[in-house]
Design a protein around this ligand. Structure first.
Ligand code: GDP
Ligand code: MG
Length: 194
């Protein structure tokens, strides 16, 4: 295995509205060891729509260096899956460039869970010969009363996908640190076994 810092390109994919950009912003806003202090969301209005900057369609990438298990890793996180110009090449590009993938759905939206399966198949097709690390991410776990996808369904789906599974809440920053540490560990596991 290598010494020193390693660099991973991690791509977020998933249906609109599942929380990809919110997760990416948490990732972008934290330093070193992703402090999970959640003093940001004092008020209980986390699920209201944020005003979006409509005109913007530049590629969203965020870079952070994390210490995971005593070794540093730099993640370049790509949140460009949803593209307003609907140019198909961007999604094709996303499918090609990741060292690892976060397939995100919302536990409050069954359609987004079904979309996750489609994306898994699409990814497998795009990268046939490669053993790509993937985490299936069930986001919005704070919205317990709106749950449409159970934890066991998510877990079972990950078994079929042959990938890891985690439920997160970007709103209350639950398991977000674990998510990004987890994807680093998944990439390392594969590199170290070569
Ligand atoms: P994207 O389309 O996948 O990038 O989703 P966004 O990050 O734009 O999030 C869509 C909406 O869901 C926004 O209003 C977010 O504030 C909200 N949201 C994202 N993550 C969570 C979460 O974990 N819990 C709750 N309650 N709302 C969330
Ligand atoms: Mg987004």
């Amino acid at each position: 295995s290598e010494s020193g810092n390693t660099y991973y390109r991690v791509v977020m994919i998933g249906e609109h509205g599942v929380g990809k950009s919110t997760l990416a912003n948490i990732f972008a806003g934290v330093h070193d060891s992703l402090d999970s202090d959640c003093d940001v969301l004092g008020e209980d209005q986390s699920s209201t729509e944020q005003p979006q900057d409509e005109g913007e369609c530049e590629e969203d990438t965020y870079e952070r260096t994390l210490m995971v298990d005593g070794e540093s890793a730099t993640i370049m996180l790509l949140d460009m899956w949803e593209n307003k110009s609907e140019e198909e090449w961007i999604q094709d590009h996303c499918m090609q460039v990741g060292d690892a993938y976060l397939i995100v759905y919302s536990i409050t939206d069954r359609a987004s869970f079904e979309k996750a399966s489609e994306l898994r198949i699409q990814l497998r097709r795009a990268r046939q010969t490669e053993d790509i690390p993937i985490i299936l991410v069930g986001n919005k776990s704070d919205l317990v009363r709106c749950r449409e996808v159970s934890v066991s369904e998510g877990r079972a789906c990950a078994v079929v996908f042959d990938c890891k599974f985690i439920e997160t809440s970007a709103a209350v920053q639950h398991n977000v640190k674990e998510l990004f540490e987890g994807i680093v560990r998944q990439v390392r596991l594969r590199r170290d076994s070569k």
